[in-house]
Design a protein around this ligand. Structure first.
Ligand code: OGA
Ligand code: NI
Length: 359
Protein backbone atom coordinates (compact mmCIF):
# COMPACT_ATOMS: atom_id res chain seq x y z
CA UNK A 1 0.00 0.00 0.00
CA UNK A 2 2.76 2.43 1.02
CA UNK A 3 4.57 1.42 -2.17
CA UNK A 4 1.64 2.32 -4.44
CA UNK A 5 1.06 5.61 -2.69
CA UNK A 6 4.69 6.55 -2.97
CA UNK A 7 4.99 5.66 -6.64
CA UNK A 8 1.84 7.66 -7.39
CA UNK A 9 3.21 10.72 -5.68
CA UNK A 10 6.66 10.41 -7.24
CA UNK A 11 5.28 10.12 -10.70
CA UNK A 12 5.67 13.11 -13.01
CA UNK A 13 1.89 13.09 -13.27
CA UNK A 14 0.07 13.35 -9.96
CA UNK A 15 -3.58 14.21 -9.98
CA UNK A 16 -5.03 16.59 -7.42
CA UNK A 17 -7.50 13.83 -6.54
CA UNK A 18 -4.61 11.41 -5.73
CA UNK A 19 -3.07 14.04 -3.46
CA UNK A 20 -6.34 14.65 -1.63
CA UNK A 21 -6.97 10.91 -1.28
CA UNK A 22 -3.47 10.38 0.12
CA UNK A 23 -4.34 12.86 2.88
CA UNK A 24 -1.52 15.38 2.35
CA UNK A 25 -1.63 17.96 5.17
CA UNK A 26 -0.25 20.70 2.91
CA UNK A 27 -0.17 21.31 -0.81
CA UNK A 28 3.18 20.42 -2.46
CA UNK A 29 5.35 23.44 -3.31
CA UNK A 30 4.49 23.39 -7.00
CA UNK A 31 0.90 24.43 -6.14
CA UNK A 32 1.91 27.43 -4.05
CA UNK A 33 1.22 30.72 -5.84
CA UNK A 34 3.22 33.91 -5.27
CA UNK A 35 1.39 35.95 -2.57
CA UNK A 36 0.08 38.55 -5.06
CA UNK A 37 -1.75 35.85 -7.04
CA UNK A 38 -3.38 34.08 -4.09
CA UNK A 39 -7.13 34.30 -3.56
CA UNK A 40 -8.15 36.44 -0.60
CA UNK A 41 -10.12 33.63 1.05
CA UNK A 42 -11.36 34.63 4.48
CA UNK A 43 -8.85 37.46 4.53
CA UNK A 44 -9.83 40.65 6.28
CA UNK A 45 -8.09 42.57 3.51
CA UNK A 46 -10.42 41.26 0.83
CA UNK A 47 -12.08 44.12 -1.01
CA UNK A 48 -15.78 44.66 -0.52
CA UNK A 49 -17.56 45.11 -3.76
CA UNK A 50 -21.33 45.23 -3.95
CA UNK A 51 -21.55 44.12 -7.55
CA UNK A 52 -24.70 42.09 -8.18
CA UNK A 53 -24.31 39.64 -10.99
CA UNK A 54 -27.08 39.31 -13.59
CA UNK A 55 -29.53 36.40 -13.65
CA UNK A 56 -31.70 36.16 -16.77
CA UNK A 57 -34.94 34.22 -17.14
CA UNK A 58 -34.57 32.56 -20.55
CA UNK A 59 -38.23 31.58 -20.77
CA UNK A 60 -38.82 35.22 -21.77
CA UNK A 61 -37.04 34.55 -25.09
CA UNK A 62 -39.94 32.33 -26.14
CA UNK A 63 -42.62 34.95 -25.43
CA UNK A 64 -42.80 37.44 -28.31
CA UNK A 65 -43.92 40.32 -26.10
CA UNK A 66 -41.23 39.71 -23.52
CA UNK A 67 -38.34 38.73 -25.79
CA UNK A 68 -37.16 42.36 -26.23
CA UNK A 69 -36.84 42.62 -22.45
CA UNK A 70 -34.65 39.50 -22.29
CA UNK A 71 -32.55 40.77 -25.22
CA UNK A 72 -32.06 44.07 -23.43
CA UNK A 73 -30.99 42.28 -20.24
CA UNK A 74 -28.54 40.17 -22.25
CA UNK A 75 -27.14 43.31 -23.88
CA UNK A 76 -26.54 44.93 -20.50
CA UNK A 77 -25.00 41.80 -19.00
CA UNK A 78 -22.68 41.29 -21.99
CA UNK A 79 -21.55 44.92 -21.94
CA UNK A 80 -21.07 45.14 -18.20
CA UNK A 81 -19.63 41.70 -17.44
CA UNK A 82 -19.40 39.36 -20.45
CA UNK A 83 -21.20 37.07 -18.08
CA UNK A 84 -24.66 36.12 -16.81
CA UNK A 85 -26.48 33.25 -15.18
CA UNK A 86 -29.59 31.78 -16.81
CA UNK A 87 -32.63 30.19 -15.24
CA UNK A 88 -35.54 28.45 -16.99
CA UNK A 89 -33.06 27.47 -19.70
CA UNK A 90 -34.95 24.34 -20.66
CA UNK A 91 -32.38 21.67 -19.70
CA UNK A 92 -34.19 19.27 -17.35
CA UNK A 93 -32.70 18.97 -13.86
CA UNK A 94 -32.54 15.17 -14.29
CA UNK A 95 -30.19 15.58 -17.28
CA UNK A 96 -27.95 17.86 -15.23
CA UNK A 97 -27.96 15.56 -12.21
CA UNK A 98 -27.20 12.46 -14.31
CA UNK A 99 -24.23 14.18 -15.96
CA UNK A 100 -22.84 15.23 -12.57
CA UNK A 101 -23.30 11.65 -11.27
CA UNK A 102 -21.42 10.21 -14.24
CA UNK A 103 -18.58 12.73 -13.75
CA UNK A 104 -18.35 11.89 -10.03
CA UNK A 105 -18.05 8.20 -10.89
CA UNK A 106 -15.42 8.93 -13.54
CA UNK A 107 -13.15 10.88 -11.17
CA UNK A 108 -13.61 8.19 -8.49
CA UNK A 109 -12.10 5.55 -10.82
CA UNK A 110 -8.63 4.20 -9.99
CA UNK A 111 -5.83 6.42 -11.31
CA UNK A 112 -4.57 3.70 -13.69
CA UNK A 113 -7.91 3.68 -15.48
CA UNK A 114 -8.02 7.45 -15.94
CA UNK A 115 -4.37 7.50 -17.02
CA UNK A 116 -5.33 5.55 -20.15
CA UNK A 117 -6.55 8.87 -21.56
CA UNK A 118 -3.82 11.16 -20.28
CA UNK A 119 -2.19 13.50 -22.78
CA UNK A 120 -0.46 16.85 -22.78
CA UNK A 121 -1.23 17.42 -26.47
CA UNK A 122 -3.95 20.10 -26.65
CA UNK A 123 -5.00 18.87 -30.13
CA UNK A 124 -6.10 15.45 -28.72
CA UNK A 125 -9.89 15.00 -29.03
CA UNK A 126 -10.17 13.19 -25.67
CA UNK A 127 -7.79 14.08 -22.92
CA UNK A 128 -7.51 13.46 -19.19
CA UNK A 129 -5.21 15.76 -17.29
CA UNK A 130 -4.46 17.77 -14.21
CA UNK A 131 -3.72 21.47 -13.60
CA UNK A 132 -3.71 23.23 -17.02
CA UNK A 133 -0.94 21.30 -18.73
CA UNK A 134 1.02 19.20 -16.24
CA UNK A 135 4.07 18.91 -18.48
CA UNK A 136 4.60 22.65 -18.96
CA UNK A 137 2.92 24.45 -16.02
CA UNK A 138 5.32 26.35 -13.82
CA UNK A 139 2.77 26.58 -11.04
CA UNK A 140 0.22 23.78 -10.79
CA UNK A 141 -3.49 24.20 -10.19
CA UNK A 142 -5.70 22.06 -7.97
CA UNK A 143 -7.81 20.56 -10.70
CA UNK A 144 -8.22 17.30 -12.61
CA UNK A 145 -10.18 17.25 -15.84
CA UNK A 146 -11.33 15.28 -18.79
CA UNK A 147 -11.94 17.18 -22.00
CA UNK A 148 -13.60 15.79 -25.05
CA UNK A 149 -14.91 16.97 -28.37
CA UNK A 150 -18.67 16.66 -28.21
CA UNK A 151 -20.20 17.86 -31.47
CA UNK A 152 -21.30 16.21 -33.65
CA UNK A 153 -21.79 13.68 -30.91
CA UNK A 154 -21.83 10.60 -33.14
CA UNK A 155 -18.37 11.50 -34.44
CA UNK A 156 -16.70 11.57 -31.02
CA UNK A 157 -18.72 9.62 -28.48
CA UNK A 158 -17.05 6.26 -29.18
CA UNK A 159 -13.76 7.78 -28.03
CA UNK A 160 -15.19 8.96 -24.70
CA UNK A 161 -14.55 7.05 -21.46
CA UNK A 162 -16.21 3.60 -21.37
CA UNK A 163 -16.10 3.72 -17.62
CA UNK A 164 -18.36 4.31 -15.77
CA UNK A 165 -20.63 2.49 -18.26
CA UNK A 166 -23.28 5.25 -18.01
CA UNK A 167 -20.81 8.01 -18.92
CA UNK A 168 -21.40 8.19 -22.67
CA UNK A 169 -25.17 8.16 -22.36
CA UNK A 170 -25.50 10.65 -19.50
CA UNK A 171 -22.82 13.12 -20.49
CA UNK A 172 -23.94 12.75 -24.13
CA UNK A 173 -27.49 13.83 -23.25
CA UNK A 174 -26.16 16.85 -21.38
CA UNK A 175 -23.82 17.76 -24.26
CA UNK A 176 -26.67 17.65 -26.78
CA UNK A 177 -28.88 19.76 -24.53
CA UNK A 178 -26.17 22.40 -24.08
CA UNK A 179 -25.56 22.46 -27.83
CA UNK A 180 -29.18 23.39 -28.37
CA UNK A 181 -29.08 25.98 -25.62
CA UNK A 182 -25.95 27.48 -27.17
CA UNK A 183 -27.84 28.01 -30.41
CA UNK A 184 -30.60 29.94 -28.63
CA UNK A 185 -28.09 32.03 -26.70
CA UNK A 186 -25.93 32.91 -29.67
CA UNK A 187 -29.04 34.03 -31.58
CA UNK A 188 -30.11 36.21 -28.69
CA UNK A 189 -26.60 37.66 -28.41
CA UNK A 190 -26.55 38.48 -32.16
CA UNK A 191 -29.88 40.23 -31.77
CA UNK A 192 -28.62 42.13 -28.74
CA UNK A 193 -25.75 43.50 -30.88
CA UNK A 194 -28.24 44.70 -33.49
CA UNK A 195 -27.05 42.03 -35.92
CA UNK A 196 -29.22 39.60 -37.87
CA UNK A 197 -30.49 36.96 -35.45
CA UNK A 198 -28.69 34.31 -37.51
CA UNK A 199 -25.40 36.20 -37.90
CA UNK A 200 -23.36 34.60 -35.12
CA UNK A 201 -25.26 31.33 -35.49
CA UNK A 202 -24.18 31.08 -39.13
CA UNK A 203 -20.61 31.78 -38.12
CA UNK A 204 -20.71 29.08 -35.45
CA UNK A 205 -22.97 26.58 -37.29
CA UNK A 206 -20.27 24.03 -38.15
CA UNK A 207 -18.34 24.91 -35.02
CA UNK A 208 -16.96 22.70 -32.33
CA UNK A 209 -18.12 21.94 -28.83
CA UNK A 210 -15.52 20.81 -26.33
CA UNK A 211 -16.79 19.62 -22.98
CA UNK A 212 -14.33 20.21 -20.16
CA UNK A 213 -15.39 18.19 -17.13
CA UNK A 214 -13.50 19.57 -14.15
CA UNK A 215 -12.99 18.13 -10.68
CA UNK A 216 -11.64 20.28 -7.86
CA UNK A 217 -11.02 17.98 -4.89
CA UNK A 218 -10.98 19.35 -1.36
CA UNK A 219 -7.70 21.12 -0.70
CA UNK A 220 -5.74 21.36 2.57
CA UNK A 221 -4.53 24.93 1.82
CA UNK A 222 -7.08 26.73 -0.38
CA UNK A 223 -5.61 30.13 0.53
CA UNK A 224 -2.32 29.57 -1.32
CA UNK A 225 -3.55 27.97 -4.53
CA UNK A 226 -6.27 28.08 -7.18
CA UNK A 227 -8.25 25.51 -9.16
CA UNK A 228 -7.74 27.49 -12.36
CA UNK A 229 -5.71 30.65 -12.97
CA UNK A 230 -7.23 33.89 -14.31
CA UNK A 231 -8.09 33.43 -17.99
CA UNK A 232 -10.74 34.10 -20.59
CA UNK A 233 -12.18 31.31 -22.72
CA UNK A 234 -11.06 31.22 -26.33
CA UNK A 235 -14.39 30.23 -27.91
CA UNK A 236 -17.61 32.03 -28.67
CA UNK A 237 -19.56 31.11 -25.55
CA UNK A 238 -19.02 28.86 -22.58
CA UNK A 239 -21.99 27.34 -20.81
CA UNK A 240 -20.87 26.38 -17.33
CA UNK A 241 -22.51 24.13 -14.78
CA UNK A 242 -21.08 24.28 -11.26
CA UNK A 243 -21.98 21.86 -8.46
CA UNK A 244 -21.12 24.43 -5.77
CA UNK A 245 -19.57 27.88 -5.43
CA UNK A 246 -15.98 28.40 -6.59
CA UNK A 247 -16.01 30.42 -9.80
CA UNK A 248 -14.95 34.07 -9.58
CA UNK A 249 -15.14 36.69 -12.30
CA UNK A 250 -13.26 39.96 -12.58
CA UNK A 251 -15.50 43.01 -12.77
CA UNK A 252 -14.71 46.33 -14.43
CA UNK A 253 -13.06 47.56 -11.20
CA UNK A 254 -10.70 44.60 -11.44
CA UNK A 255 -12.17 43.08 -8.29
CA UNK A 256 -12.83 39.35 -8.04
CA UNK A 257 -16.51 38.59 -7.52
CA UNK A 258 -17.64 35.13 -6.42
CA UNK A 259 -20.39 33.77 -8.62
CA UNK A 260 -23.19 32.64 -6.30
CA UNK A 261 -24.39 29.08 -6.62
CA UNK A 262 -28.01 29.15 -7.80
CA UNK A 263 -29.67 25.76 -7.87
CA UNK A 264 -30.73 24.85 -11.41
CA UNK A 265 -29.01 27.84 -13.02
CA UNK A 266 -26.32 27.68 -15.70
CA UNK A 267 -23.58 30.23 -16.25
CA UNK A 268 -22.92 31.88 -19.61
CA UNK A 269 -19.51 33.38 -20.29
CA UNK A 270 -18.51 35.27 -23.40
CA UNK A 271 -15.31 34.06 -25.01
CA UNK A 272 -12.66 35.79 -27.09
CA UNK A 273 -14.38 34.98 -30.40
CA UNK A 274 -17.45 37.03 -29.45
CA UNK A 275 -15.23 39.86 -28.25
CA UNK A 276 -13.57 39.92 -31.69
CA UNK A 277 -16.81 39.47 -33.70
CA UNK A 278 -18.47 42.27 -31.72
CA UNK A 279 -15.39 44.43 -32.31
CA UNK A 280 -14.95 44.81 -28.57
CA UNK A 281 -18.49 46.06 -27.82
CA UNK A 282 -18.70 42.92 -25.69
CA UNK A 283 -15.67 41.69 -23.77
CA UNK A 284 -14.76 38.14 -22.88
CA UNK A 285 -14.91 37.64 -19.12
CA UNK A 286 -11.77 36.96 -17.09
CA UNK A 287 -12.42 34.28 -14.52
CA UNK A 288 -10.65 31.93 -12.12
CA UNK A 289 -11.55 29.10 -9.77
CA UNK A 290 -10.97 28.95 -6.02
CA UNK A 291 -10.88 25.68 -4.11
CA UNK A 292 -11.90 24.86 -0.56
CA UNK A 293 -11.31 22.53 2.36
CA UNK A 294 -14.75 21.02 2.68
CA UNK A 295 -16.46 20.20 -0.59
CA UNK A 296 -15.25 18.57 -3.76
CA UNK A 297 -16.50 20.72 -6.62
CA UNK A 298 -17.39 19.55 -10.12
CA UNK A 299 -18.05 21.66 -13.17
CA UNK A 300 -18.92 21.12 -16.81
CA UNK A 301 -17.60 23.84 -19.09
CA UNK A 302 -19.18 23.46 -22.52
CA UNK A 303 -16.83 25.44 -24.74
CA UNK A 304 -18.42 26.42 -28.05
CA UNK A 305 -16.21 27.61 -30.82
CA UNK A 306 -16.13 28.42 -34.51
CA UNK A 307 -14.81 25.72 -36.85
CA UNK A 308 -11.13 24.92 -36.36
CA UNK A 309 -9.79 26.73 -39.42
CA UNK A 310 -12.44 29.41 -39.92
CA UNK A 311 -11.02 32.92 -39.60
CA UNK A 312 -12.86 35.14 -37.17
CA UNK A 313 -12.98 38.90 -37.54
CA UNK A 314 -15.19 41.83 -36.46
CA UNK A 315 -18.69 41.77 -38.02
CA UNK A 316 -18.63 44.21 -41.00
CA UNK A 317 -22.07 45.53 -39.93
CA UNK A 318 -20.50 46.90 -36.74
CA UNK A 319 -17.81 48.81 -38.62
CA UNK A 320 -18.16 52.23 -40.19
CA UNK A 321 -16.09 55.36 -40.61
CA UNK A 322 -15.82 55.87 -36.85
CA UNK A 323 -15.46 52.24 -35.88
CA UNK A 324 -12.61 50.47 -37.56
CA UNK A 325 -11.69 46.87 -36.90
CA UNK A 326 -9.95 46.74 -33.53
CA UNK A 327 -8.74 43.14 -33.84
CA UNK A 328 -6.90 41.06 -36.39
CA UNK A 329 -8.47 37.85 -37.59
CA UNK A 330 -7.70 34.46 -36.09
CA UNK A 331 -8.93 30.88 -36.05
CA UNK A 332 -9.41 28.38 -33.23
CA UNK A 333 -6.43 26.49 -34.67
CA UNK A 334 -4.25 29.60 -34.37
CA UNK A 335 -5.29 29.75 -30.73
CA UNK A 336 -4.32 26.10 -30.11
CA UNK A 337 -0.95 26.72 -31.74
CA UNK A 338 -0.50 29.79 -29.55
CA UNK A 339 -1.17 27.97 -26.28
CA UNK A 340 1.08 25.09 -27.34
CA UNK A 341 4.06 27.38 -27.68
CA UNK A 342 3.38 30.32 -25.34
CA UNK A 343 2.66 30.85 -21.69
CA UNK A 344 -0.89 32.10 -22.06
CA UNK A 345 -0.86 33.29 -18.46
CA UNK A 346 1.76 35.89 -19.38
CA UNK A 347 -0.13 37.32 -22.33
CA UNK A 348 -3.71 36.54 -23.30
CA UNK A 349 -4.08 35.35 -26.86
CA UNK A 350 -6.71 37.99 -27.61
CA UNK A 351 -4.30 40.75 -26.62
CA UNK A 352 -1.95 39.63 -29.40
CA UNK A 353 -4.79 40.37 -31.89
CA UNK A 354 -5.54 43.92 -30.75
CA UNK A 355 -4.67 46.52 -33.32
CA UNK A 356 -2.93 49.61 -32.14
CA UNK A 357 -5.34 52.52 -32.30
CA UNK A 358 -4.31 54.88 -35.10
CA UNK A 359 -5.83 57.92 -33.38
C1 OGA B 1 -12.86 26.46 -17.84
C2 OGA B 1 -13.33 27.16 -16.62
C3 OGA B 1 -14.52 27.12 -14.55
C4 OGA B 1 -14.98 26.16 -13.53
O1 OGA B 1 -12.93 25.21 -17.86
O2 OGA B 1 -12.42 27.16 -18.78
O3 OGA B 1 -13.14 28.34 -16.54
O4 OGA B 1 -15.71 26.57 -12.65
N1 OGA B 1 -13.95 26.47 -15.67
O5 OGA B 1 -14.60 24.99 -13.62
NI1 NI C 1 -12.71 29.20 -18.42
Amino acid sequence: MEETKKSLLDDAFTSAMALTNSGVPQVPDRYVLPPSQRPAIGSSTSIRDDTTLPVIDLSLLHQPLLRPRAIHEINMACKDFGFFQVINHGIPSSVVKDALDAATQFFDLPVEEKMLMVSSNVHQPVRYGTSINHSTDKVHYWRDFIKHYSHPLSKWIDMWPSNPPCYKDKVGKYAEATHLLHKQLIEAISESLGLEKKYLQEQTEEGSQVMAVNCYPTCPEPEVTLGMPPHSDFGSLTILLQSSEGLQIMNSNKNWISVPYIEGALIVQLGDQVEVMSNGIYKSVIHRVTVNKDVKRLSFASLHSLPLHKKISPAPELLDGNNTAAYGEFSFNDFLDYISSNDFLQERFIDTLKKKSSS
